[in-house]
Design a protein around this ligand. Structure first.
Ligand SMILES: Nc1ncnc2c1ncn2[C@@H]1O[C@H](COP(=O)(O)OP(=O)(O)OP(=O)(O)O)[C@@H](O)[C@H]1O
Ligand SMILES: [Mg+2]
Length: 417
């Protein structure tokens, strides 16, 4: 096999190095190119051997795994580091991610876990490199009939409860009114709220049903798993129960988004705030990450950390757009303070409007449809325009009115409540 994954093992304990080398010796697609006993040796070997993946122990005498990872990220950026630790604490994980590690394994781990992580990290890295490699623009022949490339817009925030679902739903609805084909994916796989906001709850129609069918084969179309909302948005819901979230791994997430690119102009993804593998897959695959924050000190702090992590992940600064939600509800922090704290400008603001937003939520009709004149709807419109381009004015008003009527009619069905 020509394309074997070159792995360098770094651990101060000789038995661990031997054990890992033996374990990986059974894998046909993995080649252990070396083993280092400490940070400095690891950097030297990585520079010489250019491994695809480095298995790095976090606790080593002298230079620890985190410092070694930071150095490797500078010296050999094409190498992906998997951190290994006996401690699974959030702080270790966070520091590893900030240092540039791609994955975190808590010891003891099984050989399946180890090889799955190596393959996953490697394929993600290869994917990223091929995306950044200069390629001649090919004629785009998408089955949606458009020659404009599709856009995946992830709505993310490193803190919960800041309005991701609210904005994702209304943004998708606003974009659909301009005649775009819009898909809305609820990637909050454990506790997805998109179905509640849109009053949709059919059985056997969620990403969990789709993921089961994805295994090992290419589905022609996802149509059967998507629900059409009266606004025209096609929705891929999160699983109905939290335990089904496990069915959806990062590979399935990527496959789904790549497939949807062929059929839609805009794919809006509502992400959870947790930084797990499936979320990372969404963020990797996204063209833009609409990153929400509010005027709260915790939101600002988490945003700063996220911006650092995103840099380590190799995201271009352009990929991240900062959206300030509830921008007018100032309680001691000003927008300028936020901007100077995170070192970036806020690109869009959305006002706070509890009346429209909560009323819409409780009725299961997006406020963009039920209260089109409100400032909060206009802010969403501006955001949609910035992402997808301007709307054809007269037609969009009529389309919005039609969709509002249809949504109000549907509301009486009370599919969810
Ligand atoms: N611009 C706004 N004005 C007033 N209320 C808002 C606004 N945006 C969001 N909210 C309210 O804030 C709360 C959280 O919003 P939402 O559920 O969209 O956030 P989230 O980031 O998706 O949260 P979760 O972490 O639960 O997924 C909701 O009650 C919502 O109605
Ligand atoms: Mg949410």
């Amino acid at each position: 096999m020509t394309d074997r994954i070159k792995v360098l093992i770094v651990d101060d304990i000789p038995e661990t190095r031997d054990h890992l080398t033996k374990l990986l010796g059974f894998e046909n697609d993995v080649e252990v190119v070396g083993a280092a006993a400490g940070g400095p040796e690891a950097i030297e070997m990585a520079n010489a051997l250019r491994p695809d993946v480095v298995l790095m122990d976090i606790n080593m005498p002298g230079m620890d795994g985190i410092t070694a990872t930071e150095k490797l990220a500078q010296d050999v950026p094409s190498t992906a580091v998997i951190m290994m630790s006996v401690q699974g604490e959030a702080d270790y994980l966070r520091r590893s991610m900030l240092a540039g590690a791609r994955e975190f394994l808590v010891k003891p781990f099984s050989s399946d876990e180890l090889t799955a992580s190596i393959r996953q990290v490697w394929s993600r890295e290869k994917d990223k490199q091929s995306r950044f490699a200069p390629v001649a623009p090919a004629a785009d022949v998408r089955s949606n009939g458009s020659d404009e490339p599709a856009m995946v817009a992830a709505v993310f925030s490193p803190k919960g409860g800041v309005g991701r679902t609210t904005i994702a739903v209304n943004l998708a609805v606003a974009a659909a009114q301009t005649g775009k084909r819009v898909a809305l994916v609820d990637a909050s796989f454990q506790f997805g709220d998109v179905g509640v906001l849109l009053n949709l709850n059919p059985r056997n129609k969620s990403i969990a049903d789709l993921a089961a069918d994805l295994k090992g084969e290419e589905l022609d179309s996802f149509d059967a798993f998507m629900i059409t909302h009266s606004s025209g948005v096609r929705v891929l819901l999160a699983p109905p129960s939290p335990e089904q979230a496990e069915l959806i791994g990062p590979a399935a997430v990527k496959q789904v988004l790549q497939k949807l690119r062929n059929e839609y102009d805009l794919i809006v993804v509502d992400c959870p705030s947790s930084f797990n593998e499936p979320t990372l897959a969404v963020l990797d695959e996204a063209d833009v990450i609409l990153t929400l924050l509010t005027l709260e000190i915790t939101s600002v702090k988490n945003m700063r950390l996220f911006l650092e992590v995103s840099e380590q992940l190799g995201y271009e600064p352009d990929k991240i757009r900062l959206i300030l939600n509830r921008a007018d509800s100032t309680l001691g922090i000003r927008v300028a303070d936020v901007e100077s704290s995170i070192g970036r400008k806020v690109e869009h603001t959305i006002v706070s409007d509890g009346r429209s937003v909560v009323y819409a939520l409780n009725r299961g009709v997006p406020f963009f449809l039920s209260n089109r004149e409100a400032q909060v709807s206009q802010d969403i419109q501006r955001l949609a325009t910035a992402i997808t381009g301007p709307a054809p004015t007269a037609a969009s008003t009529t389309a919005t009115e039609k969709a509002a009527k249809a949504a109000a009619k549907n509301k009486s069905l009370f599919a969810w409540r």
